[in-house]
Design a protein around this ligand. Sequence first.
Ligand SMILES: NC(=O)c1ccc[n+]([C@@H]2O[C@H](COP(=O)([O-])OP(=O)(O)OC[C@H]3O[C@@H](n4cnc5c(N)ncnc54)[C@H](O)[C@@H]3O)[C@@H](O)[C@H]2O)c1
Length: 353
Amino acid sequence: MTELHLWLRHEARTTERRTPVVPDDARRLVENGVELTVEESPQRIFPIEEYQAAGCRVAPAGSWVTAPPDAVVLGLKELPDEPVELTHRHIFFGHAYKGQPGAAGLLRRFAAGGGALFDLEYLVDDTGRRLAAFGFWAGYLGAALAVLRHRGRLRAPLVPTTKDELDETLKPADTDADFTGLVIGALGRSGRGARVAFATAGADPTCWDLAETRDLDRAALLRHDVMVNAVLATSPVPPFLREQDLDTPDRRLRTLCDVTCDVGSPLNVLPVYDETTTWDEPVRRLRAQPPLDLIAIDNLPSLLPLESSADFSAALLPHLLDFGVAGAWARCLDRFRQASREHGPDEGEPHAH
Ligand SMILES: NC(=O)c1ccc[n+]([C@@H]2O[C@H](COP(=O)([O-])OP(=O)(O)OC[C@H]3O[C@@H](n4cnc5c(N)ncnc54)[C@H](O)[C@@H]3O)[C@@H](O)[C@H]2O)c1
């Protein structure tokens, strides 16, 4: 039996309906001796009663700030701006190790409070593979939105939905027989999701991964109606598309969906736009004639909060049951310490409880 006290917090971002632990998995944690406190949250896709029924203790939204010092605070996205000093151990996606905006500020808050960040992006096995990720649903949604746009059936603003509802809109009845789709990064999690969504829409996309882009054929790329970029770039490669490619006279490409959304990064393989798109305005026209539309939404899985939470929670559960024991958490903490040294303030190394 572990003596872990987990504190599942309310998400500060109002559109964030996902959760890293769903009620069924909360029950498993409680049955395995984890003390689990769940904050009330008006937007979480699962009602608090389901957590209560699973044996969790309920606390008000945002009360993690006064949680016992040994509690491990669990969430997905950014913390609120207060308190300035973070004293707890936190598990969430910090987006703070690559010099992102706000990164140094977050690391400074941990240094000031003596807390620690277990960043979910860096919870990896001993080969470096991510243990819990939302990629599949990001790719699924990316391809689905791109196909809907191509068919002139994408409605804005986007709102969270369910897979059944989404699939209903994707039914292949009116698929253009000549339709050509392309997924780059097709062997990854997002790429797989994109392929499944294309299949649901009645399309059989061209699939490229590392082998097919090594000697990049941009003319072939431009011969697809829809392209979904789902790569995880780890070192710079020549861009898949440059400004001049968009002006190729016989370009067939009409819809470009960038699931990767590395905009502004030196690793960006699509330096043809400089701002992501949003749920309110999911599409931006990059070229008028022939038209070329961009979809580049950086929180795609939040549009399917139920399915993406369930998958993520299932992947995270075994590691939560091993919290503090397994090597993955030690690696995660090492990464935090390294980032704090590299990017953080010079106020001494933070310590973990
Ligand atoms: N937009 C969103 O809401 C959202 C959500 C989740 C993930 N993502 C992003 O999606 C990307 C993919 O995530 P994932 O979980 O699928 O990663 P993954 O590691 O499972 O898959 C990435 C794939 O890209 C391939 N790849 C890497 N470089 C390539 C290249 N130059 N050419 C062709 N293929 C290449 C890899 O071989 C791998 O198959 C990441 O950048 C991730 O941050 C975006």
